[in-house]
Design a binder for this molecule. Structure first.
Ligand code: SF4
Length: 288
């Protein structure tokens, strides 16, 4: 619960505020860019919502915030914002919101499919989200891109009975039902392809769905500043060199969406996305 007494002085006065527990995860700025902005190492409210739509987006940012750092100065009905997650991105792919502090606010996603839904990385185990996931058909598979973003996997497994999938090199704290080995791509079925991409961690893997949506964890993201794809050198915990090498494995894939744990989403036609990936690899090779 955000505390007005500890709110940042840079917040403009009004309904919404950010307090000093913000961990600068960027989610609120992605969800409600008309209201929240970056202020160095944290977010603030730079403009109060001026329309019902902006109020709804600010409420959704409050709900998604992993640390409860966003508050309101007066009683606000957050039910519509709570019910807005999972939020559809395109086709049958959704953003879960409800980020967990255990993942440093990583985004998690849901694929809704007749043959069983797939959860990518772990949201907060919030009762309202769990209820919405039930309404959308539950969770059959929980794919974990890497060990940092597993958060409340055990609660989700206990509730939904989902099969957890993770690479062995990142499986130390996860008693997963399906553990992947080696560096070769593995098809989970006709629509889901797992590609191991060591670098951020040894056991990091990405998931390609229908040759369109690439769930990239902390391997790859979009950068508005660079107008292109980017990897994060400062958090290549295992090996930047390996991450650069494993990035080349993605050149053989078609995808239009990059859906990361941390960082911004990217969406381009597949041919343009591939060119952005080439540019990203060239940049990575120059960075030591
Ligand atoms: S979502 Fe919360 S923790 Fe993340 S940047 Fe916004 S206020 Fe900070």
């Amino acid at each position: 619960m955000a505390n007005l007494k500890h709110s940042y002085s840079e917040n403009v006065p009004g309904q919404f505020f950010v307090d000093n527990t913000c961990i600068d995860c960027d989610l609120c700025r992605q969800i409600a860019p008309d209201v929240f902005r970056d202020e160095g190492d944290h977010s603030v409210v730079y403009r109060q919502p001026e329309s019902p739509k902006q109020t709804q987006r600010a409420g959704m940012a409050l709900v998604a915030c992993p640390t409860g750092s966003i508050g309101t100065t007066s009683k606000t009905n957050l039910r519509p914002a709570m019910d807005a997650f999972p939020e559809r991105i395109e086709d049958n792919v959704y953003f879960c919101g409800y980020a967990s502090p255990d993942t440093y606010g990583a985004a998690s996603y849901l694929i809704q499919r007749p043959e069983g839904n797939v959860l990518i990385d772990s949201p907060r185990f919030a009762s309202n989200l769990v209820k919405r996931l039930e309404e959308l058909g539950g969770v059959a598979i929980m794919f974990m891109t890497h060990r940092d973003d597993i958060a409340e996997h055990q609660k989700l497994r206990n509730h939904f009975g989902c099969q957890r999938v993770i690479h062995r090199a990142d499986s130390m704290s996860v008693p997963a039902e399906h553990i992947l080995d080696g560096d070769d791509a593995v098809a989970l079925d006709d629509e889901l392809l797992v590609v191991p991409v060591p670098g951020h961690t040894r056991g990091h893997a990405v998931l390609l769905y229908r040759k369109k949506f690439l769930f990239t964890g902390d391997h790859l993201a979009w950068s508005d500043d660079r107008d292109g794809l980017v990897a994060f050198r400062s958090v290549a915990w295992y090996s930047w060199r390996e991450q650069t090498q494993s990035m080349k494995r993605l050149l053989g894939l078609d995808f239009q969406w990059v859906l990361p744990g941390h960082g911004r989403r990217g969406h381009l036609p597949a041919n343009l996305m591939r060119q952005k990936l080439v540019n990203c690899i060239e940049w990575m090779q120059k960075v030591s």
